[in-house]
Design a protein around this ligand. Structure first.
Ligand SMILES: NC(=O)c1ccc[n+]([C@@H]2O[C@H](COP(=O)([O-])OP(=O)(O)OC[C@H]3O[C@@H](n4cnc5c(N)ncnc54)[C@H](O)[C@@H]3O)[C@@H](O)[C@H]2O)c1
Length: 416
């Protein structure tokens, strides 16, 4: 009797302890879900585009800024009102109240700062490229694993209205099977900061590669790259890269193939970051001129001759389509940042977008901020995290290596 009563007590104690753990776990999840973060934005050149978005985001309780150029930080703080200015990068790392840091610093600083942020126990978002060396990609992946902190690659090209539109059509099965993918990024980098001068084009192939990788839904496993063209010899010096243009064929793990092209110098083409998806039923083709709308090609039923015999080749309907503004994916407070200007018209977001279609990289900036913030609070990997981010960056690095070896096929390491 005594022993069975004791057993019962032990049993209930055990159950209560288990329940306590379950309550604690759900309590922690709820706390994280509802918590407001303190985020610091480091680098206020391009980074300035994100300041007002963090300031307005409902899940960001406190916001800080840092730039070695103190005047930039002061001017930004004056505009925002409540932003705390950090005097040094070390001060951010040493501030225990900081949850997360968004790096928008020059390319040569990305890896060292990412590692410093993660090792300081803070979540990290980094602008592109994630790194320009394979071993650095591996180190970032290892450090994310070791620290257990979130890492988010702030890749604008997969948060544009074009990308959301194509992703939605893909999910609805409108394209049929994907047959091929193509991406390109043309941008002239004359008079940009020194670290850009002569950069191997595929070291910054990310905007062309990332949408393909996300649409294929599969990692890149092999790359063959070629370099083309000539550029003045002073541009060869910094990176030993002779090519103004690089192109690469990508093989995805699921068997799909893609092609990307990237130019940085001495190549006449308007600035564009674009992708095209060729499907068995429909194809989406990025417009040639940025102000225009993209083109949708649709295969139609066969035409028949008077005898009812199908005529050669299926007819194709081509039309220009709007991409729409996917602002409703965002909290109301930051929807207006899907456009660059203050022209946001809540009653007609599409019109707002049309007024400045290329502003803010196709409306991507608030989506990236929201994804970074929510992935931390929901304790999940962000859309472009250390693993798929490393795969995308590695494909670019391998494409340049391949180009330097006259098209040798290069395998991409597994970062999982
Ligand atoms: N679409 C995109 O995703 C996109 C677009 C533009 C730039 N970028 C990336 O954003 C980054 C910044 O671009 P940018 O044009 O402003 O570059 P930039 O070199 O013109 O300016 C960088 C800013 O960072 C500051 N800075 C310098 N060293 C720093 C440090 N150690 N820590 C923090 N800040 C520092 C500079 O004072 C400057 O204000 C680059 O890495 C670039 O690749 C991405």
């Amino acid at each position: 009797m005594f022993s069975s009563g004791l057993n019962l007590h032990v049993f209930f104690l055990f159950v209560n302890l288990r329940l306590l753990r379950v309550y604690r776990f759900f309590g922690w999840c709820y706390f994280m879900y509802m918590k407001q973060l303190k985020v610091v934005l480091a680098g206020l050149g391009f980074g300035a585009a994100f300041a007002s978005i963090y300031d307005a985001h409902p899940d960001v309780g406190a916001f800080g800024i840092f730039d070695p150029n103190a005047d930039l930080a002061k001017a930004m703080a004056a505009r925002l009102g409540a932003a705390k200015i950090y005097k040094s990068f070390g001060d951010i790392l040493n501030d225990p109240s900081v949850d997360a840091v968004h790096l928008v610093s020059p390319i040569p600083r990305h890896v060292e700062q990412t590692l410093a942020v993660l090792n300081a126990g803070k979540h990290c978002a980094c602008t592109v490229p994630m790194a320009t060396k394979l071993e650095d990609l591996e180190t970032v992946c290892r450090t994310v694993k070791k620290t257990g902190k979130s890492y988010c690659v702030m890749e604008t090209a997969v948060y544009t209205t074009h990308f959301f539109k194509v992703q939605e059509m893909l999910r609805n099965g409108e394209f049929g099977a994907i047959q091929f993918l193509r991406g390109a990024h043309y941008q002239d980098m004359e008079f940009w900061p020194d670290y850009w001068q002569g950069l191997p084009p595929m070291f910054y192939g990310t905007h062309a590669i990332a949408p393909l990788s996300m649409l294929a839904g599969s990692p890149i496993v092999r790359v063959r790259g070629l370099g083309s063209g000539t550029m003045r010899s002073e541009l060869h010096k910094q990176y030993g890269n002779p090519f103004p243009v690089e192109t690469a064929q990508l093989e995805f793990a699921n068997g799909l193939k893609g092609e990307v092209t990237r130019s940085l110098f001495e190549t006449a083409h308007d600035y564009t970051e674009q992708f095209t998806l060729y499907g068995s039923k429909k194809s989406f083709e990025w417009q040639q001129i940025e102000d225009e709308q993209p083109v949708l090609h649709t295969l139609e039923a066969p035409r028949r001759d008077p005898a009812g015999k199908p005529m050669r080749g299926l007819p194709v309907k081509t039309e220009r389509i709007p991409t729409g503004n996917y602002h409703t994916l965002l909290p109301e407070e930051i929807r207006r940042f899907t456009i660059k200007s203050e022209d946001y018209d809540e009653t007609n977001p599409q019109l707002s977008l049309d007024r400045d279609a290329s502003g803010g990289h196709g409306g991507s900036h608030p989506h990236m901020v929201h994804e970074f913030v929510r992935s931390i609070l929901e304790n999940r990997k962000s859309r472009i995290n250390e693993i798929n981010g490393a795969n995308i960056a590695a494909a670019g690095i391998a494409a340049h290596e391949s180009a330097m070896k006259d098209g040798e096929v290069i395998g991409i390491p597994d970062f999982t």
